[in-house]
Write a new protein. Structure first.
Length: 420
């Protein structure tokens, strides 16, 4: 497989063999998306993944692999450029999270130093691919079968990324193994010929959220959000931020009332006063701290994302904040939460608005949740859920309710009473 590009007057060739074909196609999509003015693609071949002895052919017509683009710069962890800093790095007011700030310092490097771990990979002989069930920016996901136990499983074939990113995901999954509502990592395997790594997970008979959410009763919503908060509290108690909470990463087997939080590829260990990349999470669920370049964020990022999910389900408006890009995303948030509190947030942390906001942000008063109530969702809305949203969807990340506090909120009284 060969990819050929004409850049200015030069022609470059990328030879895609089994081990590096995904790198080639990601480069292909990247230059097409961001450098259209001087890149001319000359040909475009199929992509073939190898798993054991199976060759999985994926092209434009099959599975939509090439469209939309694989590489999304909104959700890539990349080094941040100091020249683009929008707030001062000296004397910045850093407030530690309310809970679990020192978890990793107590556990020590053997718990969180994923870069220096040695992984023991197994061979994938005991697994077979059944069908494709999903795709991500960093992986292709298949329903699989354990040929020894005959149990269903999920096979996540990883696209070529930095080794430390793979190590981080595996170390985090190993640390969280057995936690409530956390997807179970069963095995890690690597094809001996292609060296393609894959993660083997428990299987969940998931119903797509676009089908499931409109059918949920208020009791269902309380139950599932409570289960998600339980997973989140455990994750945070282990010193880990998920950083990509969204409906796509919450698997629900509605018949068995099972919820599992998946996709830990962007998760990270929390260390006090450490700067983190703001190029994480998915746009509609990004906390304001990511949109305004606040790198000293913490676990509270996840509670914002859960708040976005809850608002979307309750008001039947998914996604609830629907921005067309990162700048517009903050505008959509400001039109609901108002600009007054946003300005207070900026002043508190010494943040500066990007020039683009001067023309598009405007001034907005805070909109009451009742403005989103209509005849199709009014049976789901209550003073309790609106109060919970007020505590989750707060600009200042240090003032958001924690998962543990949220679980004690009156909105969940019925769930707590039934679980006693």
């Amino acid at each position: 497989m060969i990819y050929r590009y004409k850049i200015y007057k030069y022609t470059i060739y990328l030879f895609a063999i089994i081990i590096n074909q995904s790198i080639c196609i990601e480069f292909h999509k990247f230059i097409n998306k961001y450098n259209k003015s001087f890149v001319e693609p000359i040909n475009n071949k199929d992509i073939i993944y190898r798993f054991k002895n199976n060759y999985l052919k994926l092209n434009k017509e099959e599975n939509g692999l090439l469209n939309p683009p694989i590489l999304d710069m909104d959700q890539m962890e990349v080094p941040d450029n100091d020249k683009n800093r929008k707030y001062p790095t000296k004397d910045l007011k850093i407030i530690l999270p309310k809970t679990y700030a020192d978890v990793n310092s107590k556990k020590g490097p053997e718990y969180w130093d994923y870069e220096n771990i040695t992984l023991k990979w197994n061979v994938p002989d005991s697994y077979e691919i059944v069908r494709k069930i999903g795709r991500g920016k960093f992986s292709e996901v298949f329903e699989g079968l354990n040929t020894v136990t005959k149990d269903k499983c999920v096979i996540k074939i990883l696209k070529p990324v930095k080794k430390k990113k793979i190590k981080r995901e595996i170390k985090i999954l190993q640390n969280l193994r057995g936690g409530p509502n956390i997807i179970k990592l069963l095995d890690i395997v690597k094809d001996p010929q292609s060296r393609t790594p894959s993660l083997i997970f428990e299987h969940v008979n998931n119903t797509d959220f676009k089908t499931l959410y409109p059918t949920l009763t208020i009791q269902d919503i309380k139950y599932y959000i409570y289960q998600l908060l339980k997973a989140m509290n455990y994750c945070h108690s282990q010193g880990i931020m998920h950083r990509d909470i969204k409906p796509h990463n919450v698997m629900i087997d509605h018949e068995k009332k099972i919820l599992r939080l998946i996709d830990w590829g962007l998760a990270e260990f929390y260390h006090p006063e450490q700067e983190y990349s703001v190029r994480v999470a998915t746009r509609y669920y990004k906390g304001p701290e990511l949109l305004v370049d606040m790198r000293y964020y913490d676990y509270s990022l996840d509670i914002w994302s859960i708040g976005c999910m809850l608002a979307g389900i309750i008001f039947k408006k998914e996604p609830f904040f629907y921005g067309h890009d990162n700048y517009d995303q903050l505008v959509k948030i400001a039109k609901v939460l108002g600009t007054e509190d946003l300005h207070r947030y900026f002043e508190k942390y010494g943040l500066k608005f990007a020039p683009a906001y001067q023309e598009i942000l405007g001034n907005h008063s805070k909109k009451p949740w009742t403005k989103f109530v209509h005849h199709e969702n009014q049976h789901l809305v209550s003073p309790e859920v609106m109060d919970l949203l007020d505590r989750m969807l707060v600009y200042d990340h240090t003032k958001r309710i924690t998962p543990l506090e949220a679980m004690e909120h009156p909105f969940f009284n019925e769930i707590k009473n039934n679980s006693v």
